[in-house]
Ligand binder design. Structure first.
Ligand SMILES: Nc1ncnc2c1ncn2[C@@H]1O[C@H](COP(=O)(O)OP(=O)(O)O)[C@@H](O)[C@H]1O
Ligand SMILES: [Mg+2]
Length: 256
């Protein structure tokens, strides 16, 4: 998190990032730096701006001030698809899967989007075979092989979350932005999903995770940033952030 480190050492960096809309300031002066292979947890009360921050980082929204660097490149105004091509992958607070398609098809489409991007028709049949192989591989990786043929809409919340991670793996994402991956997941499925996210990180991926479930954030994140009213209230290792007086005050009356 050192501000003087060379840009190449950061997978993702936000500097002076701000977002205003219709006269309202949603985010201001956001400075964050995630080293390659790091794990940043983002916590904060509802409405703090956590999802908006992920929207800026992934490119769904353009910042009104500041910059975003992805592995040293300025991407603040680069489209989400181009950021995905640079290795950035994102999941949503509410699941964004094709519910009518099978689990396998959801994973395959993600691989195909990456492999078939050239537009050369003669490469397509090969891409289709390759995409199927990738889908088989990533479903095995997240433990969903036995559900491959099931319509996605019939999956449990926990299995949908696993499939969302498989989709990022099929897209070959190296930097994962996860928006509340435990939302809607049964308590008994939380440890399994936590283990999976920890493993994906352990394999060298960089993770930025917004999550309400404090045990999950503290268990996985190396650094925690606390957002409150659109600002970074505190950043640091999990223990010091939780002990921080400002953080305690911001969460007063809410379970931490
Ligand atoms: N595009 C937008 N236009 C207007 N208001 C927005 C927009 N996006 C987010 N907001 C507002 O910004 C604040 C932060 O929202 P959000 O990022 O979803 O918070 P969180 O994810 O921390 O709960 C909320 O008050 C929300 O209503
Ligand atoms: Mg949110």
């Amino acid at each position: 998190m050192s501000p003087v480190a060379e840009p190449q050492s950061h997978a993702l960096e936000a500097m002076g990032l701000g977002f205003r809309v219709g006269g309202a300031t949603i985010l201001s002066d956001i400075d964050l730096a995630v080293p390659a292979g790091g794990f940043l947890g983002i916590i904060g009360p509802n409405g703090a701006g956590k999802t908006t921050l992920l929207n800026l980082l992934s490119g769904l929204l353009a910042p009104t001030s500041g910059s975003i660097r992805l592995e040293g490149r300025d991407v603040a105004h680069v489209a989400p698809s181009a950021r995905a091509g640079l290795g950035l992958g994102r999941t949503f607070q509410t699941s964004s899967l094709f519910n009518a398609l099978s689990v396998f098809e959801n994973a395959r489409l993600s691989a195909l989007a990456r492999l078939g991007g050239s537009g050369h028709f003669w490469r397509r049949p090969r891409s289709r075979d390759e995409a199927s192989q990738v889908a088989i591989e990533v479903l095995a990786d997240v433990g969903l092989s036995s559900l491959a043929d099931r319509p996605t809409g019939l999956l449990s919340h926990g299995d949908k979350r696993k499939l969302e991670l498989a989709i990022l793996l099929a897209a070959r994402a190296r930097i994962l932005l996860l928006d509340e991956p435990m939302a809607g997941v049964n308590t008994e499925d939380v440890p399994l999903l936590m283990e999976l996210i920890g493993r994906l990180h352990g394999e060298g991926r960089t993770v930025v995770m917004v999550e309400h479930h404090m045990a999950v954030v503290v268990g996985l994140a190396e650094t925690i940033a606390v957002l409150d009213s659109g600002r970074v209230l505190a950043t640091g290792d999990p223990e010091s952030v939780i002990a921080n007086d400002d953080v305690q005050r911001a969460y007063l009356g809410q379970p931490l």
